[in-house]
Design a protein around this ligand. Structure first.
Ligand code: MG
Length: 257
């Protein structure tokens, strides 16, 4: 399957989807508290989606049961909301996708709850920085793997590792379109980026090794060594110049009470 180039009208629709995703993530990052269950976060996402007249990208995707993915501490991605209670010092990844007028938006943030360790704070800053480093090289004429290499360099030069089994992706009328976007590898490979490509870039960065495993629920991915993992994602459109972030949010402060 080829990479689908979006028209300006299609990008406009995706801007709408992206802004809804960003707005709901912002709400979630403000509402998250010690003592809440992860299900309560999912309930907020469901309520907010309905308010915007949008639907979930995730619920029902290959049987995924909820609207939001909530992945805590050593959980990397695809955590399923439920009875787990959020504790002081947790780092909580919130990954969320929405569909409006037939187009998807997809983004993720990791927030620290209360006082988090200096190492955890550094992990979140590095993961966010890796995403920004990837976006910074996403312009026409660059190769896809220039994004991958920028992400890997940013994370590894700070002593962290990037997860290899899960990737970013093209996005549009489908949540997962071509191309896959690994978060590691040499630059100068893969397709040349061109205006109208829309990409969800999503580094997952670990304090320890990059290896992961999947929990018995067949969904939740955890680090193999139990180390903390961060995840940030934005949906971007390739333009004539700098990439346009379709899921731009006011960066929530690290260490939300
Ligand atoms: Mg994604």
């Amino acid at each position: 399957m080829a990479i689908i180039i979006k028209s300006p009208d299609e990008i406009a629709a995706m801007r709408q989807a992206g802004s809804i995703v960003a707005s709901i993530l912002r709400t979630l990052s403000k509402e998250i508290r010690t003592g809440m269950t992860t299900r309560q976060l999912d309930d907020i996402a469901v309520r907010e989606l309905a308010r915007y007249g949008a639907t979930s990208s995730f619920k029902g995707y290959r049987g995924f049961p909820t609207t939001l993915c909530v992945s805590i501490n050593d959980e990397v991605v695809h955590g399923i909301p439920g009875d787990r209670v959020i504790c002081e010092g947790d780092i909580v990844s919130l990954d969320f996708g929405a569909i409006i007028d037939g187009f998807h938006g997809d983004a993720a943030i990791t927030v620290g709850v209360g006082n988090i360790s200096p190492k955890a704070k550094q992990l979140l800053e590095t993961t966010k920085g890796s995403l920004e480093a990837g976006i910074a090289v996403a312009h026409p004429g660059a190769h896809l793997s220039d994004i991958s290499a920028a992400i890997q360099h940013h994370a590894e030069s700070r002593g962290f590792s990037v997860v290899r089994e899960y990737t970013g992706h093209g996005i549009g009328r489908e949540m997962h379109e071509e191309p896959q976007i690994p978060n590691f590898g040499p630059p100068g490979r893969g397709p040349v980026l061109q205006k109208g490509m829309v990409l969800a870039i999503e580094p997952m960065v670990n304090i320890g090794g990059w290896e992961t495993k999947v929990k018995n629920n067949h969904w939740t991915v955890i680090t193999a060594d139990g180390s903390l993992s961060g995840h940030f994602e934005k949906t971007i459109a390739i333009t004539d110049g700098e990439a346009e972030v379709l899921t731009a949010w006011d960066q929530p402060p690290i260490g939300i009470p």
